[in-house]
Design a protein around this ligand. Structure first.
Ligand code: ATP
Ligand code: MG
Length: 872
């Protein structure tokens, strides 16, 4: 059997032999595309090239890309595990042509690879082509069909509609017809009985699409019309797991060598056998699929969290844990135990997995455990909210709350309800779900207009060297968001740094060079590698010349923090060890925030050591040494650390200060001395195995240190300027302890006196010893103490009633001996009724209860009312 590793390799080799440049997979988590959280197709990493924002470096490219389809337009999550050929994370094999070859070669090579290289049975293959769309004046893709006819009989070339066979990047942008290759992998007997042709595109698990060839030849404009695309693009995507299934002669992706070792290991851990029970099989597939997704997103820098992409990952993990819990009886964390097997299967092709094994396992285990706790709480909450009677219906709101807050999918809630002979209001649940979706959509709704091109040219970033440059507008467009309208501008030359790699974007001004106007640029963002300047209004003369000037003070403060981040990164690796890896970074004028892998809390000594190293590097006053275009291999050879989850070209920029060297595209201070000073403000955990440090530099740090000094001065003056504040505070603490003791003694004495007073005044009411007291001032705790003492001293036929006011607030206390409780008296009920007389409420146990109120005047009456109960 040819292994998945060999298949992946053969794809790359085949396209290499067709003059394609083989590139690596981009990270699965996307950072500079507002329309997309995760890579969901091979083409994502080339979007900037296809949109014309980046130059075409290689006209022919091929790769294997990690994809994730769990949100947005492509969301297969609900299918995964229930069917045998959709995954959350999968590998997409693809080849591209940017303005080079087109349909003819794309089709010929796909055919050659499948049937010539992999020797798939030609008789089992089908192709679809676009049938045309009269409403858009689009004709059938006869061109593609004519190429297919060279390999396939006409009847196996199937027409497909706009939905299946016309691909669009988004609401606007490149689009075009596509042609899919489907394969029938059913056993011969079944094929003889039913013609495969009738099963194509019918969701049959063994007659499936494996490869989609997209022919981008149009551009969709905001007014919905199509215009021809100047440079045509070939974009293909083939599901690697499905291909392995076909080549390895399996009927399910999960039977290939990509998944079967994981399923086998899961069987050992859970003592479940795969293939015996349909419910358990679904669960095992879900887990085998999801464990990959979570491991890869952690290595790509996306940890499970409470927001956005992190939340999507958290929910996937929870889905797997829940399936394990319900169907495999796994009530303790277990998924992390699958990581070594996953690494055996995929570690060679994806070295980020073995490199970060400990982190993946730690994060996964902790997430599992915390969700299992939530699950238990949720089950309790569900049981508390169970409808009153058998056959009852749980409201849609509660079911949704369980789903939303506790991560309970509806089917789990239903399962638990069924065990109690009840059901959930599914319609109500769906309505709540819809409401939430609408809310999300309204919050996110953005309308982006077409670009208006002012002049041709490529934007140039000059912000490493300049803070001010003469420039012109290349293009602009309008963006409407909920309550806001603004403009995006692309400039020919720009000193504005566009937000990336954690460093915030610049703000500043655009000034007409005749001085006639000045507009504010409030932020600079990056979209698909294009620097976009945001402004509330356009200049009057968009064709004019301008001076673009950044807010230099803000930039300098940011640069101090950015450079300090590099110095601190190195210091952390020196002090803690090289397991420290950057997991997140945020650099603004106010502070720097740095997330990194490390497995325990840092000690005060370690924090100090890091601070000392950073401040030493600051005093060393190292000047920046940068290389703007270094081949990546050379950069790595110099010791620059590349981050997992970051997308690097072949040409990189390195930034060095003394011994610190990093791959970095951000802006930095010219020499470390200018940072002035540095302090760590906090160190905390943000996930299992991931710590976060926040630190400040320069002016902000100065203010931070002054605030600390001021506090000390103030404390000193509060302590009457004692020469040694530590001694002063110590003295206060000792005094305080002594006073506490005195008060305790005093209260004890008073309690004794009061108790004696109460005992002296005891009464006998129908054979019951009654202790009662009403005091205008008193301490509730003292009363409670007395109540319990009396109960143990007078264990039979005893009632104690007290009404006291403390700081004007009245309270009632009732204590009953146990025999009175047996006779039917209930302290809780007694106090609840009487509490009305002090305008309050309360309750408690049958033998002891308290109530608070507002009207102290009513205390005597309330106490009398309780006493009266005794004789009733
Ligand atoms: P399907 O209709 O089967 O969901 P699709 O039309 O969504 O496929 P494309 O967007 O064209 O698929 O993606 C290209 C290829 O990627 C498909 O031909 C298929 O082989 C593979 N693929 C798509 N979605 C998944 C998935 N969720 N899991 C595994 N492979 C997938
Ligand atoms: Mg799909």
């Amino acid at each position: 059997m040819i292994s998945s590793k060999e298949i992946r390799q053969s794809f790359k080799e085949f396209f290499k032999s067709k003059q394609h440049q083989i590139v690596s997979s981009a990270p699965m988590v996307i950072k500079d595309d507002p329309t997309l959280m995760f890579t969901n197709a091979g083409m994502n990493q080339f979007k900037d090239i296809i949109l014309g924002n980046a130059p075409v470096k290689y006209k022919r490219v091929a790769d294997s890309q990690k994809c994730l389809r769990v949100s947005g337009k492509h969301n297969d999550l609900e299918e995964v595990g229930h069917d045998t050929y959709h995954h959350t994370m999968f590998e997409m094999l693809g080849n591209w042509s940017f303005g080079d070859y087109f349909k003819k070669e794309a089709i010929a090579w796909a055919w050659e690879y499948l049937t010539g290289v992999l020797k798939l049975d030609q008789e089992r293959l089908y192709a679809t082509v676009f049938e045309g769309a009269p409403d858009e004046h689009l004709e059938r893709d006869d061109e593609a069909a004519s190429y297919w006819e060279q390999y396939l009989p006409k009847e196996r070339i199937i027409n497909g509609n706009k939905h299946d066979n016309f691909w669009e990047m988004g609401d606007t942008g490149p689009c075009g017809p596509c042609s899919e290759i489907h394969i029938d992998i059913r056993p011969e007997s079944e094929r003889a009985a039913v013609d495969g042709l009738t099963l194509v595109n019918q969701s049959h698990p063994q007659v499936i699409e494996i490869w989609n060839l997209v022919f981008m030849q149009y551009n969709r404009k905001a007014d919905n019309t199509l215009e021809p695309l100047p440079a045509k693009v070939i974009d293909t995507g083939m599901g690697f797991e499905r291909l392995c299934m076909a080549v390895q002669g399996k009927l399910s992706n999960y039977d290939t060598d990509l998944f079967s070792p994981i399923i086998r290991r899961l069987g050992e851990i859970s003592s479940a056998a795969y293939g015996e029970d349909p419910g358990r099989d679904v669960a095992m597939r879900v887990i085998a699929d999801h464990v990959r997704t979570i491991a890869f997103s952690i290595t790509d820098g996306q940890l499970p969290s409470n927001a956005r992409a992190g939340y999507v990952i958290r929910r996937i993990l929870r889905r797997a844990v829940r399936y394990g819990y319900t169907f495999l009886g796994m009530h303790e964390s277990f998924m992390y135990l699958l990581i070594p097997t996953l690494i055996e299967v995929m570690g060679e092709a994806y070295p980020e997995l073995p490199a970060q094994q400990t982190l993946i396992e730690k994060v996964m285990k902790e997430e599992e455990e915390s969700f299992l706790r939530t699950l238990e709480t949720g089950i309790k909450m569900l049981e508390k909210n169970l409808p009153e009677k058998e056959g009852g219906v749980l409201s849609g709101e509660v079911a949704f709350q369980l789903y939303d807050t506790y991560g309970f999918p509806l089917d789990l809630t239903e399962l638990i309800l069924r065990e109690h002979g009840m059901r959930a209001d599914v319609e109500g649940f769906n309505a709540e779900m819809q409401k939430q979706k609408d809310r999300a959509r309204n919050a996110a709704a953005t309308e982006t207009g077409d670009w208006t091109r002012v002049r041709e040219g490529d934007p140039l970033f000059v912000g490493y060297d300049e803070t001010e440059s003469t420039t012109q507008l290349l293009r602009y467009r309008e963006v409407k968001q909920k309550n806001r309208k603004f403009f995006q501008i692309v400039l020919s030359r720009s000193p504005f740094y566009a937000e990336m790699g954690g460093q915030v974007g610049d703000s500043g001004w655009l000034m007409a060079d005749d001085g006639s106007e000045k507009i504010v640029i409030f932020d600079t963002k990056r979209e698909n590698n294009l620097a976009i300047h945001l402004t509330d209004r356009l200049p009057r003369d968009v064709k004019g010349s301008f001076i673009a000037r950044i807010d230099a003070e803000k930039r300098t403060a940011t640069e101090c923090n950015h450079t300090a981040t590099h110095l601190m990164h190195e210091a952390l690796r020196n002090v803690l060890g090289t397991h420290v890896e950057q997991k997140g970074s945020y650099v603004s004028p106010e502070l720097l925030r740095f997330d990194f892998s490390h497995f325990q809390k840092m000690t005060t000594e370690e924090l100090r050591a890091v601070e000392r190293k950073v401040t030493a590097a600051i005093r060393g006053d190292f000047a920046i040494e940068e290389h703007r275009h270094l081949p990546i291999a050379e950069a790595k050879a110099q010791g620059a650390i590349a981050l997992f989850g970051e997308k690097y070209g072949d040409d990189v920029r390195t930034v060095r200060f003394g011994t610190s060297i990093e791959l970095c595209g951000g802006t930095h201070i010219s020499s470390t001395g200018r940072i002035g000073t540095f302090r760590i403000v906090s160190e905390s955990a943000i996930a299992a195995g991931v710590r976060r440090i926040e630190a400040v530099t320069a002016k902000v740090c100065e203010e931070y240190l002054y605030a600390k000094e001021d506090a000390i001065v103030e404390i000193k003056s509060l302590l009457n300027n004692v020469p040694d504040i530590m001694q002063g505070v110590q003295r206060l603490l000792t005094e305080n302890d002594e006073m506490k003791q005195q008060i305790q003694d005093f209260v004890k004495e008073k309690t004794g006196q009061l108790k004696q007073h109460i005992i002296d005044k005891k009464e006998d009411v129908s054979g019951v010893t009654l202790f009662k007291v009403v005091l205008p001032v008193g301490i509730p705790d003292v009363v409670k103490d007395i109540a319990f003492q009396l109960k143990s001293e007078f264990p039979e036929k005893m009632l104690f009633v007290a009404g006291v006011a403390s700081n004007g607030k009245p309270s009632l206390t009732v204590m009953l001996s146990d025999d009175l409780v047996v006779r039917g008296f209930h302290a809780g009920n007694m106090v609840r009724e009487a509490a009305k007389l002090i305008q309050g409420g309360g309750g408690g146990q049958p033998h002891f209860a308290t109530a608070g109120g507002k009207n102290a005047e009513g205390l005597q009456a309330a106490v009398d009312a309780i006493v009266k109960k005794l004789s009733e």
